[in-house]
Structures are given as structure tokens and as C-alpha cells.
Design a protein around this ligand. Structure first.
Ligand SMILES: [Zn+2]
Ligand SMILES: [Zn+2]
Length: 381
């Protein structure tokens, strides 16, 4: 006898029900009342707050421990994250850590090999309940335990903030359609795109050991989470768009919070390691193409590549050493304090000047001796 798939009824109804409501209510509301400024504004504020709580909180802080955060930041991330209706942070992190550890295998909860839609949302709707695993570190946080017990209620309170604004402005229905229903659906599917689209479409500049891709188009939709190839190689880095021009609003916000002293101890992969990984991938792809060419063409080109690679490695090594020396110097200065560092710099300058003066004195003496010799030579000439 063949058993059909079992479905998690609550998850299935919630995901499909909110989507159906949005598909019906949004066009109806747009056709009958248009879109008001306040509705657009509340929608944008809510989707940004909830999405950032998932990206900066659920994902980078709790699942990957990429930085440390003070309790008010953790509290806000836990409250707004709950309003994404993607389960508690404990469950989310547990599934997500398994995804990283067993990516693309049978143990990966959202394995892309089972198809785009499976990785996108079918896995949520199937009745398979994975047990909590590998989150003992998170369970030590009382805020996390509190959120795990009440996440649905917390989520419901936060998600209905637009309704209160609606009550105050006499426009409950408009805020219900855009600020609550559409917002929930959009939050769901933008997050889900990272498990589906970011494992299918895009480039793999750092590693091809897994299916994760860098996709710049997804980055603005997911508050910077689109650089998934980078993320799978260095999951503990607090950035996902690590290059300065890559869109990563979560990283930018964390930098501001760090500057305010609310978060800190950011973990970053050194730039040289990123460049090396990128180089390795490029070299691998070029060699693959050269293996198809005739030996007459391939051999000199391989030598040419090897020579260029050697030069690059030397330059990278030198840059790395200079960077390390600078870090060491900075740490030394920080340890000593500014006043002491200034005194040392002055002493260094004084010693250097004394050396220059001594040199100058000797040079003058030599000049005088030469002058004397010339003059006496001229006298007896
Ligand atoms: Zn992934
Ligand atoms: Zn991750």
C-alpha cells in the first residue's frame, strides 16, 4: 500500500490561506480605494523591521553567532522576528544549522535537489517535525526561552501593530490588507527565496562545493541575504554582502548599532582569504577550459597562468603581512593609550633627528676638509 504525503495542516492552511487572502484582497482594495500614503508607509516600516529581525536576529545573531548583541537588541529582534511567523528562533536556528551542516544532502531540511518549490515552502507544509538539535547555546538565553514558549502570541501582537494605527486613523481595513496580510505573505516568500532561488540562480565566486549562489537581485529583497555563496563558505561572518558596494542593509544597520555600542564583536573573514578563494575558483574554471584545448595552446597558457599566480600570491602575502603589522601596531597603541603612544612617537622622532644631525655634522666636517684641501692646492698651484 502506498502512503501519500502527510501534511502539517496548520502550516499549510496558514501559508496558503494568507496567500489566497492577499491575492484576493490586495487587487480589490487597490481597485476600490487605491493605495494611501499611510498604508504604504506602515507596510514598508513593518516589512523592513520584521525582515531585518529575521536577517540580523534569527539568522546572523542567533543561528550563526556572528556578533554579540545587548539585551534590548535581542529583545526587539525576537519580538519582530516572531511576527514573520516562521516559528520560534530556537526551531528556526535548529533547522538552519542542520541546513548548513548537511547542505544538499538527504539530511538538509530544505534540500534544493528536491526541487525549487520543495526548498521554497513545501518542506514547511510537510508533517516532518525535526527535533531541536544543536541549539544548547541558545537555550541558555532566558529571552530565547521566553520567545520559544510564546512566539505565536508575540508574533500576533507585533504583526497587528498596523491595526492599531488603523484604529487611530480610521482606516482599519486598508492597514489590515497591506500592513498585515500582504506584509506577512511578502515576508514569507522573500525569506523562502533564500532557500530556493539562492540555491538555484546566481554565481558561485567563492566555492562550488555546494549549490549556494550569490544573487544580487535577491539582496535588496532580503536585507542583504542574497550573497548566499559567500555566506555558505563563511557562515560566521556578520556580513552577507561583504564587499562595500554589495547591498546589505542588515550589515549597515549593525554597523550603526555597533557605533552606538549596542552590538559588537563582529566576526569578519580577512580580505586576503576572500581574494584567495575567488582566485582559486577562477583558476579552476580556466584550467577546466584549457583541458579542452590542444597541448600546443594549453601548455604555454598554463605556464603563463602559473607565473601570474605566483606574482599575485607574493603581492597578497606582502599585503597580508603589512595588514598584520598594522593590526599589531594598533593593538599595541590601544593597550598603551594615546598619551603613551604620542610620547613614544616623539621619542622616535627625536632619535631619528639626532641621527640626521650627526650625519650632517660629519658631512660638514668632510666638506670643510675638502675645501681646505682645494684651497691649499690652489695656493701652491
Ligand atoms: Zn543555504
Ligand atoms: Zn545561514
Amino acid at each position: 500500500m502506498v502512503h501519500g504525503k502527510r501534511w502539517n495542516l496548520l502550516n499549510t492552511l496558514f501559508l496558503t490561506g494568507t496567500l489566497a487572502l492577499a491575492v484576493v484582497l490586495v487587487p480589490w482594495r487597490l481597485a476600490t480605494s487605491g493605495l494611501r500614503w499611510s498604508e504604504a508607509l506602515v507596510f514598508a516600516a513593518m516589512i523592513f523591521a520584521v525582515g531585518t529581525a529575521i536577517s540580523g536576529g534569527y539568522h546572523r545573531l542567533f543561528s550563526h553567532r556572528a556578533y554579540k548583541a545587548s539585551w534590548p537588541v535581542r529583545f526587539l529582534f525576537l519580538c519582530f522576528g516572531a511576527a514573520a511567523f516562521e516559528n520560534s528562533v530556537l526551531k528556526w536556528s535548529s533547522d538552519h544549522r542542520v541546513h548548513h551542516q548537511h547542505v544538499d544532502t538527504e539530511k538538509d531540511p530544505y534540500q534544493i535537489g528536491k526541487g525549487f518549490w520543495y526548498a521554497h515552502w513545501t518542506w514547511v507544509m510537510e508533517a516532518k517535525e525535526l527535533p531541536l538539535a544543536g541549539v544548547a547555546d541558545l537555550e541558555k538565553d532566558p529571552l530565547v526561552r521566553w520567545q520559544h514558549r510564546h512566539h505565536f502570541l508575540i508574533g500576533a501582537v507585533v504583526a497587528t501593530i498596523p491595526l492599531w494605527i488603523g484604529l487611530a486613523t480610521g482606516n482599519v481595513l486598508g492597514h489590515l490588507v497591506f500592513g498585515v496580510v500582504l506584509r506577512i505573505v511578502m515576508t514569507h516568500h522573500t525569506t523562502f527565496f533564500i532557500n530556493s532561488a539562492a540555491h538555484m540562480f546566481g554565481s558561485r565566486p567563492y566555492t562550488d562545493a555546494n549549490t549556494a549562489r550569490d544573487n544580487w537581485l535577491l539582496a535588496p529583497l532580503t536585507y542583504g541575504e542574497g550573497y548566499h555563496n559567500f555566506h555558505h563558505l563563511w557562515q560566521w561572518d556578520y556580513r552577507n554582502g561583504a564587499l562595500w558596494y554589495q547591498w546589505d542593509t542588515t550589515k549597515w544597520l549593525l554597523n550603526v548599532l555597533g557605533w552606538m555600542g549596542l552590538v559588537g564583536q563582529f566576526r569578519r573573514v580577512p580580505e586576503a582569504a576572500m581574494t584567495r578563494a575567488r582566485l582559486h575558483m577562477e583558476e579552476k574554471r580556466l584550467h577546466e577550459r584549457l583541458s579542452l584545448a590542444s597541448p600546443g595552446v594549453a601548455t604555454p597558457m598554463r605556464d603563463r597562468l602559473a607565473a601570474a599566480r605566483l606574482k599575485l600570491d607574493t603581492a597578497l602575502g606582502a599585503l597580508h603581512d603589512r595588514h598584520e603589522a598594522w593590526q599589531a601596531k594598533k593593538a599595541e597603541w590601544r593597550a598603551k593609550g594615546l598619551a603613551e603612544a604620542w610620547r613614544e612617537a616623539k621619542a622616535e622622532r627625536r632619535a631619528a633627528l639626532a641621527l640626521h644631525r650627526a650625519e650632517l655634522r660629519m658631512a660638514w666636517a668632510e666638506w670643510k676638509a675638502a675645501r681646505l684641501e682645494v684651497r691649499s692646492a690652489l695656493v701652491y698651484a
